[in-house]
Design a protein around this ligand. Structure first.
Ligand code: ZN
Length: 180
């Protein structure tokens, strides 16, 4: 019944969790420059785009940050600085895939990730499966997508932007796979 021998060998956990949070403001209509709102790799024509150096995909960014956190590799901004012209307008699924390979290089692979998009609009429920497929393929493991509305509260409730919270679990790669 849950008895433990305090003198026994200490098992080293081969799993780690990480948290990721990302927020982007909506662009002013005249600043969109034809940029499309992109969430989980799905574009939403007719919706205001988010402002950001890359495609400002809050889902991909939050999940990437969660994976980096779980692998102990710092944050997205450190790896993909918004001063670097290489990432201007970047497809954030590519950034997420890059993060997965950074994690693999450090000996970690994704067990699963989950995220919740917070915002009044757009409605994403009809696109959830497509987002799950894009994000899971990029992250190299199962990613789930949920969404909630802030019910008019605060800046997100005033439709000034979107936020996403993510959590990721990684496990240690078998030694022979690490770094290969
Ligand atoms: Zn971001």
């Amino acid at each position: 019944m849950g008895q433990r021998d305090a003198r026994g060998p200490v098992a080293v956990s081969s799993q780690r969790i990480g948290l990721g949070v990302d927020v982007h403001p909506f662009a002013e209509a005249d600043m969109d420059n034809g940029k499309l709102l992109t969430l989980g790799g799905v574009t939403f024509p007719g919706e205001r785009a988010l402002r950001g150096h890359s495609d400002a995909d809050v889902l991909a960014h939050a999940i990437a940050d969660a994976v980096l956190g779980a692998a102990g590799l710092g944050d997205l901004g450190a790896h993909f600085p918004d001063t670097d012209p290489r990432w201007r307008g970047a497809d954030s699924l590519v950034l997420l895939a890059e993060v997965a390979s950074l994690a693999a290089g450090a000996g970690w692979r994704l067990v699963n990730a989950d995220c919740t998009l917070v915002g009044e609009r757009p409605k994403v429920v009809g696109h959830r499966q497509e987002m799950i497929e894009h994000l899971s393929a990029a992250a190299g493991g199962p990613v789930h997508v949920k969404a909630t509305r802030p019910e008019g509260l605060g800046s997100l409730g005033r439709v000034e932007g979107l936020a996403c919270f993510a959590i990721a679990l990684v496990e240690q790669l078998p030694a022979m796979e690490a770094g290969s």
